[in-house]
Design a protein around this ligand. Structure first.
Ligand code: AMP
Ligand code: MG
Length: 406
């Protein structure tokens, strides 16, 4: 059996980001830029008014005396009419409108009075007041976003402001999910004797999608060798990741590992010194020889629902994120070091992933740590990681806590 640290290291080392693809900016939320973005234009593209008011030509003044300007016209946002302002003249203007030629300041509506085509102003004004200068935010040719930037709503706004309709990002991984078990019944109909409702297919499907995966296949199969092998071979073509769930232990009816062996799936690890999720499998497979040497990543998750979800967060979520180009601290769950409010019995020689809840600047370990217990996991907002070397949690113990964001 391998340790958690070694298993993660081996797995994550073997994962590279997928090829770049061009997508519409509006569809790129949550993707990672595969190119540096240089602005093709100045922003703002022209001098424009920051306020509603009057564009005028002034000498900077702190004067007490009233200044008068004759209104010669109007400029509104979106209009370019070549108007020119001379000394003593004003052009009515609104926010975002081009500054007329000759003007060097905007008097704001709140500070002036207009009567019979004359604007009266008393106070201080400086050249450049209330004008947003051309290129003051971004000048043409500037590096605005680096490759590797995660695209947020504001990045989408910024790319659009620079005029981009499409952008190159790392492709999303195609994922297939197959849950196994003769006892599984689709939710909806009345439960039959000996059956349980399948909770892993819905839970893992949404986890895959929320992590940016493109879910191609999500199906339930019976416990038998041919069905398992057939599902594997169908799924592996065209998938970057294939996830089996259930049937990975060494029981007579556990066919997933038997099929992996039969098809010579290359093992990254099988069985980890951890609780829950000891039998977790990771490997890789290539359905046909490929010039780029790219292989499909294969996972075998335990069927116990809480174990399946915790193993997803700890091992599969990072793989999905890494394939999408997230790097460094960004590809795993966000982590914090927090004091633990209560103690629990730990299993000897195995690391623990415990269902926890953030509480008063620390973390509380919840009741119901069994790997079958989903209700307690639904209550949890974090996973508390206790390495295998820790025997007992004392009052002062600060644990590595993995925050569940979705
Ligand atoms: P297995 O890993 O196939 O031995 O399953 C371990 C336990 O998890 C058994 O009690 C199964 O009934 C249960 N289980 C397996 N798959 C699912 C599933 N998709 N939904 C709910 N429970 C499951
Ligand atoms: Mg089973």
């Amino acid at each position: 059996m391998i340790s958690v640290e070694q298993a993660k290291k081996k797995l994550f080392k073997s994962i590279k980001q997928l090829e770049p693809a061009e997508v519409k900016v509006i569809d790129s939320l949550g993707c990672v830029l595969a190119e540096d973005i240089y602005s093709p234009i100045d922003l703002p593209p022209f001098d424009n008014s920051a306020m509603d008011g009057y564009a005028v030509k002034v000498e900077s003044s702190k004067g007490q005396k009233v200044e008068r300007f004759r209104v010669i016209g109007e400029m509104s946002a979106g209009i370019a009419n070549g108007m020119r302002v001379r000394k003593g003249e004003a052009v009515k203007i609104n926010t975002g409108a081009m500054i007329p030629m000759g003007a060097n300041a905007v008097l704001i509506n709140e500070d002036v009075m207009e009567r019979n085509g004359i604007v009266y102003f008393r106070g201080s004004i400086e050249k450049g007041s209330n004008i947003r200068r051309k290129a003051s935010e971004i000048s043409k040719g500037k590096l605005v976003f680096k490759r590797g930037t995660a695209i947020t709503p504001s990045v989408i706004g910024s790319l659009s402001a620079m005029g981009f309709l499409k952008v190159r990002v790392y492709r999303k991984p195609k994922v297939s999910l197959i849950v196994t078990g003769k006892e599984l019944q689709k939710p909806g109909a009345r439960i039959k004797p000996g059956k349980i409702y399948d909770s892993n297919l819905p839970a893992l499907s949404v986890l895959i999608k929320a992590a940016g995966g493109d879910l191609k296949i999500a199906k339930r199969i019976n416990d038998n060798f041919q069905a398992t092998k057939g599902a594997f071979l169908t799924a592996v073509v065209g998938s970057d990741i294939v996830i089996f769930c259930g049937g990975i232990s060494r029981g007579d009816r556990d066919y997933v590992i038997k099929v992996f062996r039969d098809l010579k799936v290359e093992k990254i690890f099988y069985r980890i010194k951890q609780k829950p999720g000891k039998p977790l499998f990771a490997g890789s497979f290539c359905p046909f020889p490929r010039p780029d040497g790219k292989r499909t990543v294969i996972f075998g998750l335990p069927g116990n629902p809480a174990a399946a979800i915790i193993c997803f967060y700890e091992y599969i979520y990072p793989v999905l994120r890494r394939m999408q180009g997230f790097e460094g601290m960004q590809f795993q769950l966000p982590t914090a070091n927090l004091p633990v409010a209560n103690s629990v019995k730990l299993s000897k020689g195995r690391a623990s992933f415990l269902k926890g809840k953030l509480y008063n600047g620390g973390v509380k370990i919840l009741d119901g740590q069994e790997s079958s217990n989903l209700t307690s996991l639904a209550e949890a907002d974090c996973i508390v990681y206790i390495p295998e070397t820790v025997r007992r949690i004392t009052k002062a113990y600060k644990a590595e806590v993995h925050l569940l964001t979705e």
